[in-house]
Design a protein around this ligand. Structure first.
Ligand code: AHR
Length: 330
């Protein structure tokens, strides 16, 4: 009887060890997936809990992920749209952990509040790549970040205002989603490099959407007289810029009356430069699919990767916007 009990306990112990090894659940991400070092894209289940569909930039980012997944022939792409709500993104990450995704690539809507779910992914042995915006969580909780240097984008915008308002002036800021890495970085970068004689007299969020930027610009125009109380506007993305232009037009402002600098470099932004509304458009590149999948495969194979991969970007100007517009991919 005692002997039988001992045999049963041994069998249960061996079974539990085997289950852990096969599921890959308890393995540290650094060891790679169970197919390592020979994993191919055919083994890959990539989870992409997209943050929303708020802008043309986001639409292009989603397309880049879906097209790359298709082109590489990965086993499965688990895609979801969180509608700009962090709680939806957290639930989507948890669902991907349950489904045993090979890698989670997370574009976080805001910077804070990721520690718990990132720890859960880490404990499950699933590496997380933070895509696009940054998180404030400890760097040990995720494998890498691929995206833009948002602070540099703000600094680049500041350089344009310094150049275009050499005698100083007042500007407004139409900011992105409150608490997002993109809005925080761009705001900090602008403030770090703006000449002392240029003052930011007001800053309000338009949540990165055209629809929300329009009333914010209308409210600004009720409060401040263009050309008198302010000479310029820094707009955190092209979609909000397009919403703002609608309000400016309705208020009788003409292209070129104000110095407007935007971010993204979408077709809409290029059109706004062609039409004379934007004096510069700071690039933020959404076409991150190829880099994300390449890194995901390396992680599956247990290869070393860079922890921070920043996208190489530039600033676009009205002088060649008409020539470049037809070549823009987003
Ligand atoms: O995080 C990137 C930003 O998010 C883009 O500038 C904006 O268009 C998008 O909504």
């Amino acid at each position: 009887m005692k002997k039988n009990l001992l045999v049963l306990i041994s069998v249960l112990m061996v079974a539990s060890m085997l289950l852990t090894a096969c599921g890959g659940g308890a393995k540290p991400a650094s060891e790679g997936a169970s197919c390592a070092p020979n994993c191919t894209y055919k083994d890959m289940v990539l989870c992409y809990p997209q943050l929303g569909a708020e802008s043309d930039w986001r639409t292009a980012n989603t397309a880049s992920i879906k097209e790359t997944a298709e082109k590489l022939g990965i086993k499965q792409l688990i895609f979801s749209d969180a509608q700009q709500k962090q709680e939806n993104q957290i639930s989507a990450v948890r669902a991907c952990i349950q489904q045993g995704a090979s890698v989670i690539a997370l574009p976080p809507v805001v910077e804070d509040g990721w520690d718990a779910v990132l720890t859960e992914a880490k404990n499950a042995g699933i590496p997380v790549i933070i895509v696009d915006r940054s998180v404030s969580a400890d760097a040990s909780l995720y494998a890498a970040h691929i995206g833009s240097n948002m602070e540099l984008e703000g600094e680049r915008a500041a350089a344009e205002f310094n150049k275009l308002l050499p005698n100083g002036g007042a500007i407004l800021e139409l900011s992105g989603t409150t608490g997002s890495g993109a809005a925080v970085g761009r705001a900090n970068g602008l403030r770090a490099k703006l000449n002392a004689n240029i003052k930011i007299i007001d800053s309000q969020t338009g949540n990165f959407t055209r629809a929300e930027a329009l009333p914010v610009m209308q409210a600004f125009l009720q409060k401040y007289k263009p050309g008198v109380d302010f000479q310029g506007i820094f707009i955190h993305n092209d979609d909000m810029g397009i919403g703002a232009i609608e309000a400016l037009k309705a208020a009788g402002v003409n292209p070129g009356d104000l110095v407007i600098v935007s971010v993204d470099g979408t077709r809409g932004g290029f059109q706004a430069m062609v039409d004379g509304w934007f004096q510069a458009d700071v690039e933020c590149n959404p076409l991150l699919g190829p880099q994300v999948f390449e890194m995901a495969l390396k992680l599956m194979n247990g290869q070393t990767i860079d922890h921070e991969v920043l996208t190489d970007e530039t600033v676009y100007y009205p002088d060649n916007a008409a020539d470049l517009l037809p070549t823009r991919k987003y």
